[in-house]
Write a protein that binds this ligand. Structure first.
Ligand SMILES: Cc1cc2nc3c(=O)[nH]c(=O)nc-3n(C[C@H](O)[C@H](O)[C@H](O)COP(=O)(O)OP(=O)(O)OC[C@H]3O[C@@H](n4cnc5c(N)ncnc54)[C@H](O)[C@@H]3O)c2cc1C
Length: 382
């Protein structure tokens, strides 16, 4: 790397073009899109205009979303009471919850009456979160939200008074020495009266904002887990749409936090995955290898035999719970969804909480904009 860092590239090729919006949203996942939709819905209900942009670093919406999840529909019910008529892809209601405690060769089923409420999924849906995100994106666009897929926000911009002014996208076509290559294109600035960070777990701009405004003061430190998922097409004879299986126990030892999920959804597909808390003490433990071992358990392997893996991925999850939530607002914006840490760990569900946090932030920002406020700390009068 030479001296030609971002700052000197900016000196050479800047200033960057800037676009002005009422609200800039970083991240086109459930949180960012629900916020964008809610802002537009509120403006439409009041007969006013509001400009909203969503930056999504994935090449298309949903591309960075790990598919396959059980979704609690309470946030989507609220955002689109007519989601069924609108064709939202929630097609597989949960039909059976099965919670198994595994030993190396046996599986002990916990009776459903003994299961804590967090393991009950009546009324929930087995979904492809990628499809739901794409659907939310279509709804957002039809309401007039500008979505820029393929653009990562790389820098937080500040006003002279220290409030957040917006973000800048990264420079493109920089070679590995950090210099401008033949296809160099300088980044672009997006200025918002309010800026929402909805980058998902451990979002790098969200972490900068937390540090700058000391948003974690008095909160427990955040903790993390890794979630590994695979999508399989299985033998139709073994497929039971709506069957939701969770396991605890083998192959993890009693001192390691973690467990598995196996969700049967449409088209003979199942989503199988494993979560391991990243506080594990055994330095030789590999979450990926533990996942592969788990798949060999007779009670699990029977579903996979004769099937084929279609895709796979891994992502961090926030596991700290409510006591690790940072302060959510700062001058000029808010943290949404998993960027803040809204995942409900005991349920391994964060898509509905992410959406709801986006909707609440949208309400607060809309109220502020209506009162001609900008760049201040969001609060709600209700
Ligand atoms: C293995 C696993 C299993 C899970 N199972 C379930 C489940 O069954 N049910 C459930 O409800 N939840 C589940 N979750 C949690 C759920 O996926 C998240 O809670 C939810 O996706 C959070 O939404 P979000 O919008 O906050 O973040 P994300 O969905 O992570 O979206 C963030 C988006 O921001 C984009 N982005 C990040 N940084 C930038 C940047 N700088 N510039 C532009 N774009 C950026 C990313 O590409 C991404 O598209 C699971 C998670 C994992 C990892």
């Amino acid at each position: 790397m030479t001296e030609n860092t971002t700052a000197s590239l900016l000196e050479q090729y800047g200033p960057r073009d800037a676009m002005e919006y009422d609200v800039v949203i970083v991240g086109g996942g459930p949180a960012g899109l629900a916020a964008a939709i809610k802002l537009k819905q509120l403006a439409a209900a009041k007969g006013t205009e509001i400009s909203v942009v969503v930056l999504e670093k994935g090449g298309e919406l949903g591309a960075h979303t790990l598919s396959g999840a059980v979704m609690d529909p309470r946030a989507i019910n609220e955002l689109f009471p007519d989601w069924k008529e609108k064709g939202a892809p929630l097609n597989t209601p949960v039909k059976e919850d099965r919670f198994l405690f595994l030993t190396e060769s046996k599986a002990h089923k916990t009776p459903n009456w003994a299961l804590p409420q967090c393991f009950h999924n009546e009324g929930n849906y087995v979904i492809s979160l990628g499809n739901v995100v794409r659907w939310l994106g279509q709804q957002a666009e039809s309401l007039g939200v500008e979505i820029f897929p393929g653009f990562a926000a790389a820098e937080v911009l500040y006003n002279d008074d220290g409030s957040v002014k917006g973000v800048a996208t990264g420079n493109m076509g920089v070679n590995r020495e950090g210099e401008a290559g033949p296809n160099f294109q300088i980044g672009m600035e997006l200025h918002g009266k309010y800026t929402f960070f909805a980058e998902g777990a451990r979002g790098h701009l969200g972490k900068q904002v937390m540090a700058k405004y000391n948003l974690n003061e008095g909160r427990d430190p955040q903790t993390y887990g890794i979630g590994i998922k695979e999508l399989w097409e299985i033998d139709p004879k073994m497929h039971q749409p709506g069957l939701v299986i969770h396991t605890a126990g083998w192959p993890l030892d009693a001192s390691t936090y973690g467990g598995s999920f196996l969700y049967h959804f449409e088209n003979n597909q199942v989503m199988i995955g494993y979560v391991v808390g990243l506080a594990y003490e055994n330095p030789y433990l590999s979450p990926y290898e533990e996942f592969q071992r788990y798949k060999t358990h007779p009670e699990i392997r029977k579903f996979l035999e004769g099937g084929k893996r279609i895709s796979y991925g891994a992502r961090a999850i926030t596991a700290g719970g409510l006591q690790s939530l940072p302060k959510l607002v700062f001058p000029g914006g808010a943290l949404l969804g998993c960027d803040a840490g809204f995942l409900n760990t005991s349920r391994i569900k964060g898509s509905h909480t992410a959406m709801k946090s986006g909707m609440l932030a949208a309400e607060a920002a809309f109220e502020a904009l209506t009162a001609n406020r900008q760049h201040d700390e969001l609060s709600r009068s209700v």
